[in-house]
Design a protein around this ligand. Structure first.
Ligand code: 15L
Length: 265
């Protein structure tokens, strides 16, 4: 993809957003950063910041105008009541894809393993597995994945759906030996998404090269990305860190599945 315009990064003030803003700027990407919260550190070079609420359609259209890509990391990122998820993750997602359509920009949609969280850990999954959201947050990610598909089929908006596992500096429990995505592998994925000559609509598992992964086939070959890190290096530190909650330990989504769980049997 020709470097003929800046890239809009939503959710720029969050933990992942800040890492990506720095890394992308260091790689020479011109950035429009946005978040509902102020950017809490010095702006990277070649970046400007504009605060915006994802629920504000005209603001998102304005921000994306002239951008070649939208890296969409904004919105609610943990399980919350439906009414709190609705504005940023449901309406906001529509605004992001409408903005991409108008700007003729490609989209990287940061989905989550919580779109498929109710699959059992013992069941290895390919990326085309059934969507089994584990809460309203996961449901909004499943909706986002389908939104990406709709905008490709109907409007030709290119997109990469990344079903992110656990993107933290290091795994913090045994589950993350399966789900961890290193921040550097994520950065390389964003750069590959921007560089891919043709993206079409692709879906990949956002996880490092973890031998204990729950996940198998996806579309990564199409964008030329291969993770370089592995959670296995942390096994000695976190391999014993399990909960005593059977729902958390049974399903891929872990503690998100157990939140508000009332099913008997
Ligand atoms: C997510 O989607 C969350 O945004 C993050 O906070 C982690 O909890 C991660 O999933 C996970 O499943 O570990």
């Amino acid at each position: 993809m020709a470097d003929d315009g800046p890239v809009l990064l939503t959710g720029a003030s969050g933990a992942l957003g800040r890492v990506l803003a720095r890394g992308l700027a260091d790689a020479g990407v011109r950035l429009v950063l946005s978040d509902i919260a102020p950017f809490p550190e010095a702006l990277p070079r070649n970046a400007r910041f504009e605060a915006a609420d994802l629920s504000d359609g005209p603001a998102i259209l304005r921000l994306a105008a002239g951008c070649r890509a939208i890296l969409h990391f904004g919105g609610v990122s943990v399980e919350r009541p439906f009414e709190e998820v609705l504005g940023p993750n449901i309406r906001g997602l529509h605004h992001v894809f409408e903005a991409a359509r108008h700007a003729e920009a490609r989209v990287l949609f940061a989905s989550s393993n919580h779109a498929i969280g109710f699959h059992e850990r013992a069941t290895p999954l390919d990326v085309d597995c059934a969507l089994l959201p584990d809460g309203f947050y996961g449901l909004s990610k499943a909706y986002g994945e389908l939104m990406a598909r709709l905008y490709w089929d109907k409007h030709g908006v290119e997109s990469l759906v990344v079903r992110i596992g656990s993107c933290l500096p290091a795994p913090v429990d045994a589950r993350m030996l399966s789900t961890w995505l290193s921040p550097d592998d994520l950065l390389q994925l964003c750069l590959a998404t921007l560089a891919a000559p043709a993206l079409g609509h692709a879906r990949i598992w956002g996880a490092s090269d973890n031998p204990a992964s729950f996940w198998r086939e996806d579309d990564r070959a199409r964008i030329g990305w291969a993770p370089r890190d592995s959670a296995e290096a942390f096994r000695a530190q976190v391999g014993h860190l399990r909960t005593d909650d059977p729902v958390t330990e049974r399903f891929q989504g872990g503690a998100f599945c157990a939140q508000g769980y009332t099913r008997r049997g």
